[in-house]
Ligand binder design. Structure first.
Ligand code: AMP
Ligand code: GLY
Length: 424
Protein backbone atom coordinates (compact mmCIF):
# COMPACT_ATOMS: atom_id res chain seq x y z
CA UNK A 1 0.00 0.00 0.00
CA UNK A 2 0.92 3.65 -0.33
CA UNK A 3 1.21 5.59 2.89
CA UNK A 4 0.62 9.32 3.16
CA UNK A 5 2.35 11.00 6.09
CA UNK A 6 0.92 14.39 6.97
CA UNK A 7 3.31 16.92 8.49
CA UNK A 8 6.82 18.27 7.99
CA UNK A 9 8.86 17.76 11.14
CA UNK A 10 11.40 15.36 12.56
CA UNK A 11 8.59 13.25 13.95
CA UNK A 12 7.19 12.75 10.45
CA UNK A 13 10.62 12.01 8.98
CA UNK A 14 11.16 9.34 11.66
CA UNK A 15 7.74 7.78 10.95
CA UNK A 16 8.49 7.79 7.22
CA UNK A 17 11.94 6.27 7.80
CA UNK A 18 10.38 3.47 9.82
CA UNK A 19 7.38 2.83 7.58
CA UNK A 20 9.35 2.68 4.33
CA UNK A 21 11.15 -0.37 5.79
CA UNK A 22 7.85 -2.27 5.86
CA UNK A 23 7.30 -4.98 3.23
CA UNK A 24 3.66 -3.87 3.16
CA UNK A 25 4.55 -0.38 1.99
CA UNK A 26 5.18 0.42 -1.68
CA UNK A 27 5.65 4.16 -1.29
CA UNK A 28 5.82 6.77 1.48
CA UNK A 29 4.41 10.08 0.29
CA UNK A 30 4.42 13.11 2.55
CA UNK A 31 2.49 16.37 2.67
CA UNK A 32 4.07 18.83 2.85
CA UNK A 33 7.15 16.83 3.96
CA UNK A 34 10.73 18.08 4.26
CA UNK A 35 14.09 17.37 2.60
CA UNK A 36 14.55 14.23 4.71
CA UNK A 37 11.18 12.85 3.63
CA UNK A 38 11.91 13.90 0.05
CA UNK A 39 14.85 11.48 0.08
CA UNK A 40 12.42 8.66 0.96
CA UNK A 41 9.53 9.37 -1.39
CA UNK A 42 7.41 11.97 -3.10
CA UNK A 43 6.40 15.15 -1.30
CA UNK A 44 3.29 17.11 -2.21
CA UNK A 45 2.80 20.79 -1.43
CA UNK A 46 -0.42 20.54 0.57
CA UNK A 47 -0.57 22.04 4.03
CA UNK A 48 -1.19 19.70 6.98
CA UNK A 49 -4.31 21.67 7.95
CA UNK A 50 -5.87 21.53 4.47
CA UNK A 51 -8.17 18.58 5.19
CA UNK A 52 -10.21 18.80 1.97
CA UNK A 53 -7.20 18.95 -0.34
CA UNK A 54 -5.49 16.12 1.51
CA UNK A 55 -8.55 13.90 1.35
CA UNK A 56 -8.94 14.62 -2.36
CA UNK A 57 -5.27 13.80 -2.93
CA UNK A 58 -5.53 10.57 -0.91
CA UNK A 59 -8.51 9.50 -2.96
CA UNK A 60 -6.81 10.29 -6.28
CA UNK A 61 -3.66 8.40 -5.28
CA UNK A 62 -5.55 5.50 -3.69
CA UNK A 63 -3.61 5.86 -0.47
CA UNK A 64 -3.87 2.75 1.74
CA UNK A 65 -3.20 4.54 5.03
CA UNK A 66 -2.89 8.17 6.10
CA UNK A 67 -0.79 8.86 9.21
CA UNK A 68 -1.46 12.21 10.87
CA UNK A 69 1.60 13.85 12.43
CA UNK A 70 0.66 17.23 13.93
CA UNK A 71 -2.31 17.97 16.17
CA UNK A 72 -3.31 20.90 13.97
CA UNK A 73 -4.18 18.48 11.15
CA UNK A 74 -6.34 16.39 13.47
CA UNK A 75 -7.98 19.50 14.92
CA UNK A 76 -8.72 20.68 11.36
CA UNK A 77 -10.83 17.56 10.76
CA UNK A 78 -8.52 15.54 8.53
CA UNK A 79 -9.63 12.18 9.94
CA UNK A 80 -13.27 13.19 9.44
CA UNK A 81 -12.63 14.19 5.82
CA UNK A 82 -10.85 10.89 5.14
CA UNK A 83 -13.70 8.95 6.67
CA UNK A 84 -16.03 10.49 4.09
CA UNK A 85 -13.92 9.00 1.30
CA UNK A 86 -13.35 5.69 3.17
CA UNK A 87 -9.57 5.99 3.44
CA UNK A 88 -8.05 4.43 6.58
CA UNK A 89 -6.55 7.09 8.81
CA UNK A 90 -4.31 6.76 11.83
CA UNK A 91 -5.26 9.84 13.81
CA UNK A 92 -8.20 11.17 15.79
CA UNK A 93 -11.39 12.88 14.63
CA UNK A 94 -11.78 16.58 15.25
CA UNK A 95 -14.03 15.83 18.22
CA UNK A 96 -11.55 13.38 19.75
CA UNK A 97 -8.69 15.83 19.16
CA UNK A 98 -10.27 18.11 21.76
CA UNK A 99 -8.36 16.08 24.33
CA UNK A 100 -5.39 18.17 23.22
CA UNK A 101 -7.01 21.16 21.52
CA UNK A 102 -8.86 22.31 24.65
CA UNK A 103 -7.28 22.00 28.08
CA UNK A 104 -10.64 22.84 29.66
CA UNK A 105 -12.26 19.95 27.78
CA UNK A 106 -9.46 17.62 28.87
CA UNK A 107 -9.71 18.61 32.54
CA UNK A 108 -13.50 18.32 32.63
CA UNK A 109 -13.23 14.94 30.90
CA UNK A 110 -10.74 13.74 33.54
CA UNK A 111 -13.12 14.69 36.32
CA UNK A 112 -16.03 12.90 34.59
CA UNK A 113 -14.00 9.71 34.22
CA UNK A 114 -11.85 9.71 37.34
CA UNK A 115 -8.50 10.19 35.58
CA UNK A 116 -5.89 11.46 38.09
CA UNK A 117 -4.77 15.00 37.26
CA UNK A 118 -4.00 18.27 39.06
CA UNK A 119 -6.89 20.19 40.65
CA UNK A 120 -7.93 23.12 38.48
CA UNK A 121 -10.43 25.79 37.55
CA UNK A 122 -11.31 27.41 34.22
CA UNK A 123 -11.66 31.20 33.81
CA UNK A 124 -12.51 33.71 31.13
CA UNK A 125 -12.36 36.74 33.41
CA UNK A 126 -9.09 38.04 34.81
CA UNK A 127 -10.63 39.33 38.04
CA UNK A 128 -12.02 35.94 39.00
CA UNK A 129 -8.83 34.18 37.97
CA UNK A 130 -6.74 36.46 40.18
CA UNK A 131 -9.13 36.05 43.10
CA UNK A 132 -8.80 32.26 42.81
CA UNK A 133 -5.03 32.54 43.22
CA UNK A 134 -5.65 33.92 46.70
CA UNK A 135 -6.87 30.48 47.80
CA UNK A 136 -4.01 28.53 46.25
CA UNK A 137 -0.32 28.10 46.95
CA UNK A 138 2.67 28.98 44.73
CA UNK A 139 3.92 27.93 42.29
CA UNK A 140 0.88 28.69 40.14
CA UNK A 141 0.33 26.91 36.84
CA UNK A 142 -1.50 29.03 34.26
CA UNK A 143 -2.43 27.65 30.85
CA UNK A 144 -4.06 29.04 27.75
CA UNK A 145 -7.01 26.79 26.93
CA UNK A 146 -6.27 26.23 23.23
CA UNK A 147 -3.37 25.14 21.04
CA UNK A 148 -0.34 27.39 21.53
CA UNK A 149 2.47 25.30 20.02
CA UNK A 150 3.56 24.11 23.45
CA UNK A 151 4.15 27.65 24.67
CA UNK A 152 0.85 28.40 26.40
CA UNK A 153 1.92 27.35 29.91
CA UNK A 154 3.35 29.64 32.58
CA UNK A 155 4.67 28.36 35.89
CA UNK A 156 4.65 31.42 38.13
CA UNK A 157 6.60 31.48 41.39
CA UNK A 158 4.85 34.59 42.73
CA UNK A 159 1.40 36.17 42.70
CA UNK A 160 2.78 39.10 40.73
CA UNK A 161 4.11 36.84 37.97
CA UNK A 162 0.86 34.89 37.94
CA UNK A 163 -1.24 38.06 37.66
CA UNK A 164 0.95 39.22 34.77
CA UNK A 165 0.52 35.89 32.99
CA UNK A 166 -3.25 36.07 33.38
CA UNK A 167 -3.29 39.58 31.89
CA UNK A 168 -1.00 38.61 29.02
CA UNK A 169 -3.14 35.64 28.04
CA UNK A 170 -6.68 36.94 28.67
CA UNK A 171 -6.24 40.68 27.90
CA UNK A 172 -3.24 41.03 25.66
CA UNK A 173 -4.16 37.80 23.84
CA UNK A 174 -0.55 36.67 23.73
CA UNK A 175 -1.75 33.35 22.28
CA UNK A 176 -4.63 34.78 20.25
CA UNK A 177 -7.95 32.99 20.54
CA UNK A 178 -6.20 30.04 22.24
CA UNK A 179 -6.22 32.33 25.26
CA UNK A 180 -9.92 33.19 25.38
CA UNK A 181 -10.06 30.98 28.43
CA UNK A 182 -7.39 29.91 30.87
CA UNK A 183 -6.95 26.93 33.13
CA UNK A 184 -5.29 27.46 36.51
CA UNK A 185 -4.11 24.28 38.15
CA UNK A 186 -2.15 23.06 41.13
CA UNK A 187 1.55 22.44 40.70
CA UNK A 188 2.48 18.75 40.64
CA UNK A 189 5.92 17.90 42.02
CA UNK A 190 7.83 14.97 40.55
CA UNK A 191 9.65 13.85 37.44
CA UNK A 192 8.01 13.95 34.02
CA UNK A 193 7.70 11.14 31.50
CA UNK A 194 6.01 10.81 28.12
CA UNK A 195 3.94 7.69 27.52
CA UNK A 196 2.26 6.59 24.31
CA UNK A 197 -0.50 4.12 23.54
CA UNK A 198 -1.72 3.10 20.09
CA UNK A 199 -5.54 3.17 20.10
CA UNK A 200 -8.31 2.02 17.78
CA UNK A 201 -11.25 3.46 19.72
CA UNK A 202 -11.54 0.48 22.04
CA UNK A 203 -8.23 -1.32 22.40
CA UNK A 204 -4.92 0.26 23.45
CA UNK A 205 -1.41 -1.11 22.97
CA UNK A 206 1.25 0.47 25.19
CA UNK A 207 4.49 1.67 23.61
CA UNK A 208 7.70 2.30 25.52
CA UNK A 209 8.12 5.51 27.50
CA UNK A 210 10.55 8.34 26.85
CA UNK A 211 11.69 11.43 28.67
CA UNK A 212 12.36 14.71 26.98
CA UNK A 213 14.05 17.95 27.95
CA UNK A 214 11.71 20.90 27.70
CA UNK A 215 14.06 23.76 28.59
CA UNK A 216 16.21 25.34 25.90
CA UNK A 217 19.60 25.30 27.63
CA UNK A 218 21.93 22.96 29.52
CA UNK A 219 21.07 22.21 33.11
CA UNK A 220 17.34 22.51 32.31
CA UNK A 221 17.62 26.29 32.18
CA UNK A 222 16.06 28.83 29.86
CA UNK A 223 12.65 29.04 28.22
CA UNK A 224 10.28 26.12 27.66
CA UNK A 225 10.45 24.58 24.20
CA UNK A 226 8.73 21.77 22.33
CA UNK A 227 11.61 19.53 23.43
CA UNK A 228 15.39 19.74 23.01
CA UNK A 229 16.14 16.04 23.20
CA UNK A 230 14.75 12.73 24.40
CA UNK A 231 15.84 9.33 25.56
CA UNK A 232 14.20 5.96 25.92
CA UNK A 233 13.75 3.89 28.01
CA UNK A 234 12.84 6.23 30.85
CA UNK A 235 14.27 4.67 34.03
CA UNK A 236 11.57 6.30 36.14
CA UNK A 237 8.86 4.61 34.09
CA UNK A 238 8.89 1.16 35.68
CA UNK A 239 6.57 -1.68 34.66
CA UNK A 240 4.48 -0.85 37.69
CA UNK A 241 4.08 2.77 36.61
CA UNK A 242 3.22 1.59 33.11
CA UNK A 243 0.48 -0.69 34.41
CA UNK A 244 -0.89 2.08 36.63
CA UNK A 245 -0.89 4.44 33.65
CA UNK A 246 -2.78 1.97 31.48
CA UNK A 247 -5.33 1.15 34.21
CA UNK A 248 -5.88 4.61 35.65
CA UNK A 249 -5.36 6.91 32.68
CA UNK A 250 -5.33 5.34 29.20
CA UNK A 251 -8.13 2.76 29.47
CA UNK A 252 -10.62 4.99 31.36
CA UNK A 253 -9.98 7.64 28.70
CA UNK A 254 -10.67 5.23 25.84
CA UNK A 255 -13.87 4.01 27.52
CA UNK A 256 -14.94 7.57 28.30
CA UNK A 257 -14.34 8.86 24.79
CA UNK A 258 -16.29 5.97 23.30
CA UNK A 259 -19.18 6.40 25.75
CA UNK A 260 -19.35 10.10 24.88
CA UNK A 261 -19.57 9.31 21.18
CA UNK A 262 -16.00 10.31 20.25
CA UNK A 263 -13.97 7.09 20.10
CA UNK A 264 -10.26 7.86 20.10
CA UNK A 265 -8.23 6.50 17.18
CA UNK A 266 -4.54 7.26 16.90
CA UNK A 267 -1.77 7.63 19.40
CA UNK A 268 -2.72 8.88 22.83
CA UNK A 269 0.27 10.68 24.33
CA UNK A 270 0.05 11.12 28.08
CA UNK A 271 2.37 13.77 29.51
CA UNK A 272 2.80 12.44 33.03
CA UNK A 273 4.13 13.60 36.34
CA UNK A 274 5.42 10.61 38.26
CA UNK A 275 4.51 11.63 41.81
CA UNK A 276 4.99 9.68 45.04
CA UNK A 277 1.26 8.87 44.77
CA UNK A 278 1.63 7.40 41.27
CA UNK A 279 1.38 8.84 37.75
CA UNK A 280 -0.75 11.95 37.27
CA UNK A 281 -1.80 13.37 33.95
CA UNK A 282 -0.35 16.77 33.04
CA UNK A 283 -1.76 16.83 29.55
CA UNK A 284 -2.95 14.69 26.71
CA UNK A 285 -1.64 15.03 23.21
CA UNK A 286 -3.35 13.29 20.34
CA UNK A 287 -0.18 12.63 18.35
CA UNK A 288 3.35 11.35 18.75
CA UNK A 289 5.72 13.44 20.81
CA UNK A 290 8.47 15.30 19.05
CA UNK A 291 11.35 14.37 19.65
CA UNK A 292 10.14 11.32 21.61
CA UNK A 293 8.86 9.69 18.41
CA UNK A 294 12.27 9.92 16.74
CA UNK A 295 13.79 8.18 19.75
CA UNK A 296 11.14 5.46 19.87
CA UNK A 297 11.32 4.72 16.15
CA UNK A 298 15.00 3.91 16.64
CA UNK A 299 14.03 1.24 19.20
CA UNK A 300 11.03 -0.30 17.42
CA UNK A 301 12.21 -3.50 15.74
CA UNK A 302 8.88 -4.91 14.52
CA UNK A 303 6.90 -3.71 11.49
CA UNK A 304 4.89 -0.61 12.39
CA UNK A 305 2.68 -0.47 9.29
CA UNK A 306 0.29 -3.35 10.15
CA UNK A 307 -0.22 -1.96 13.66
CA UNK A 308 -1.10 1.54 12.47
CA UNK A 309 -3.39 0.11 9.78
CA UNK A 310 -5.13 -2.16 12.31
CA UNK A 311 -5.66 0.83 14.62
CA UNK A 312 -7.12 2.85 11.75
CA UNK A 313 -9.54 0.01 10.96
CA UNK A 314 -10.58 -0.75 14.54
CA UNK A 315 -8.82 -4.12 14.47
CA UNK A 316 -6.03 -3.55 16.97
CA UNK A 317 -6.92 -6.57 19.11
CA UNK A 318 -5.71 -8.79 16.25
CA UNK A 319 -2.60 -6.77 15.39
CA UNK A 320 0.91 -8.20 15.70
CA UNK A 321 2.71 -7.12 18.90
CA UNK A 322 5.20 -4.26 18.99
CA UNK A 323 8.76 -5.43 19.61
CA UNK A 324 11.46 -3.20 21.03
CA UNK A 325 15.23 -3.18 21.00
CA UNK A 326 16.45 -3.42 24.58
CA UNK A 327 19.21 -0.96 23.69
CA UNK A 328 18.56 2.66 24.62
CA UNK A 329 18.11 5.40 22.07
CA UNK A 330 18.60 9.13 22.30
CA UNK A 331 17.76 12.20 20.20
CA UNK A 332 19.64 15.48 20.29
CA UNK A 333 17.71 18.39 18.81
CA UNK A 334 19.81 20.84 16.83
CA UNK A 335 17.93 24.16 16.85
CA UNK A 336 18.40 27.48 15.07
CA UNK A 337 19.97 30.31 17.06
CA UNK A 338 17.18 32.33 18.62
CA UNK A 339 14.87 29.35 19.19
CA UNK A 340 12.30 29.26 20.78
CA UNK A 341 11.52 32.99 20.59
CA UNK A 342 12.81 34.08 17.20
CA UNK A 343 14.72 31.36 15.39
CA UNK A 344 16.91 32.72 12.60
CA UNK A 345 16.05 31.19 9.26
CA UNK A 346 18.24 30.73 6.23
CA UNK A 347 21.64 29.78 7.67
CA UNK A 348 23.54 27.12 5.71
CA UNK A 349 23.98 23.64 7.20
CA UNK A 350 26.79 21.34 6.09
CA UNK A 351 27.86 17.87 7.15
CA UNK A 352 24.53 16.09 7.57
CA UNK A 353 25.56 13.20 5.26
CA UNK A 354 28.82 12.87 7.24
CA UNK A 355 26.90 12.72 10.51
CA UNK A 356 24.68 10.02 9.04
CA UNK A 357 27.72 7.79 8.45
CA UNK A 358 28.64 7.67 12.15
CA UNK A 359 27.82 4.11 13.33
CA UNK A 360 24.43 3.85 15.07
CA UNK A 361 23.49 7.42 14.06
CA UNK A 362 20.50 8.49 11.96
CA UNK A 363 19.80 12.18 11.35
CA UNK A 364 16.20 13.27 10.87
CA UNK A 365 15.24 16.55 9.24
CA UNK A 366 12.84 18.78 11.14
CA UNK A 367 12.96 22.41 10.01
CA UNK A 368 15.20 22.34 6.95
CA UNK A 369 14.80 23.34 3.33
CA UNK A 370 16.86 22.44 0.30
CA UNK A 371 17.36 25.39 -2.01
CA UNK A 372 17.91 25.34 -5.76
CA UNK A 373 21.61 26.02 -5.15
CA UNK A 374 21.76 22.55 -3.59
CA UNK A 375 22.45 23.89 -0.09
CA UNK A 376 20.57 22.82 2.99
CA UNK A 377 19.30 25.72 5.09
CA UNK A 378 17.57 26.23 8.41
CA UNK A 379 13.86 26.83 7.95
CA UNK A 380 12.36 26.51 11.40
CA UNK A 381 13.07 26.44 15.11
CA UNK A 382 14.01 22.84 15.71
CA UNK A 383 15.98 22.03 12.59
CA UNK A 384 17.73 18.64 12.86
CA UNK A 385 17.38 15.61 15.12
CA UNK A 386 20.51 13.56 15.61
CA UNK A 387 19.47 10.14 16.91
CA UNK A 388 21.60 7.23 18.07
CA UNK A 389 21.30 3.85 19.71
CA UNK A 390 23.93 2.17 21.86
CA UNK A 391 24.65 -0.79 24.11
CA UNK A 392 24.25 1.61 27.04
CA UNK A 393 22.61 5.00 27.28
CA UNK A 394 26.08 6.55 27.62
CA UNK A 395 27.15 4.87 24.37
CA UNK A 396 24.04 6.17 22.62
CA UNK A 397 24.71 9.68 23.93
CA UNK A 398 28.35 9.52 22.84
CA UNK A 399 27.37 8.43 19.33
CA UNK A 400 24.70 11.11 19.03
CA UNK A 401 27.19 13.84 19.93
CA UNK A 402 29.78 12.32 17.57
CA UNK A 403 27.10 12.85 14.91
CA UNK A 404 26.38 16.38 16.10
CA UNK A 405 30.10 17.19 15.92
CA UNK A 406 30.22 16.27 12.23
CA UNK A 407 27.60 18.89 11.44
CA UNK A 408 28.95 22.25 10.39
CA UNK A 409 26.28 24.79 11.27
CA UNK A 410 27.31 28.06 12.92
CA UNK A 411 23.65 29.14 12.92
CA UNK A 412 22.59 26.34 15.25
CA UNK A 413 22.86 25.26 18.87
CA UNK A 414 22.04 22.16 20.88
CA UNK A 415 22.07 21.07 24.46
CA UNK A 416 25.15 19.12 25.45
CA UNK A 417 23.57 17.31 28.40
CA UNK A 418 20.75 15.27 26.89
CA UNK A 419 19.82 12.32 29.14
CA UNK A 420 21.82 13.69 32.10
CA UNK A 421 19.10 12.73 34.57
CA UNK A 422 19.27 9.08 33.58
CA UNK A 423 23.08 9.07 33.52
CA UNK A 424 23.66 10.44 37.02
P1 AMP B 1 1.84 21.30 29.05
O1 AMP B 1 1.89 22.11 27.79
O2 AMP B 1 0.50 21.25 29.69
O3 AMP B 1 2.51 19.96 28.91
O4 AMP B 1 2.82 22.04 30.06
C1 AMP B 1 4.16 22.29 29.71
C2 AMP B 1 5.07 21.96 30.85
O5 AMP B 1 4.73 22.70 32.01
C3 AMP B 1 4.97 20.51 31.29
O6 AMP B 1 5.76 19.67 30.51
C4 AMP B 1 5.46 20.61 32.71
O7 AMP B 1 6.89 20.70 32.75
C5 AMP B 1 4.91 21.92 33.16
N1 AMP B 1 3.62 21.71 33.84
C6 AMP B 1 2.40 21.80 33.29
N2 AMP B 1 1.42 21.58 34.19
C7 AMP B 1 2.05 21.36 35.36
C8 AMP B 1 1.60 21.07 36.69
N3 AMP B 1 0.31 21.00 37.01
N4 AMP B 1 2.53 20.88 37.65
C9 AMP B 1 3.84 20.96 37.36
N5 AMP B 1 4.34 21.25 36.14
C10 AMP B 1 3.46 21.43 35.14
N1 GLY C 1 8.06 16.77 23.24
C1 GLY C 1 6.76 17.01 23.71
C2 GLY C 1 5.74 17.22 22.67
O1 GLY C 1 5.84 16.72 21.57
O2 GLY C 1 4.76 17.90 22.93
Amino acid sequence: MKILIVGSGGREHALGWKLQQSPLVSEVISAPGNPGLAAIGRTVAIKAEDARELAAFALREQIGLVVIGPEAAAAAGLADALKQVAIPCFGPSKAAAQLEASKAFMKEFCVRHGVPTAEYKVFDEAIRAKAYLGDREAPFVIKADGLAAGKGVVIAETRREADAAIDEILFMRKFGTAGQRIVIEDFLPGEEASFFAICDGETAIPMVAAQDHKRAYDGDKGPNTGGMGAYSPAPIFTDKVRDQTMEQIILPTLRGMKAEGNPFVGVLFAGLMITPAGPKLIEFNVRFGDPECQTMMRRLTSDFAPVLLAAAKGELAAAPPLEWDARPAVTVVYAAQGYPDEPLKGSVIRGVPQADTVPDVVVFHAGTRMDSDGLLRADGGRVLNVTATGATLQDAVNSAYAGVNRIDWPGGFCRRDIAWRALT
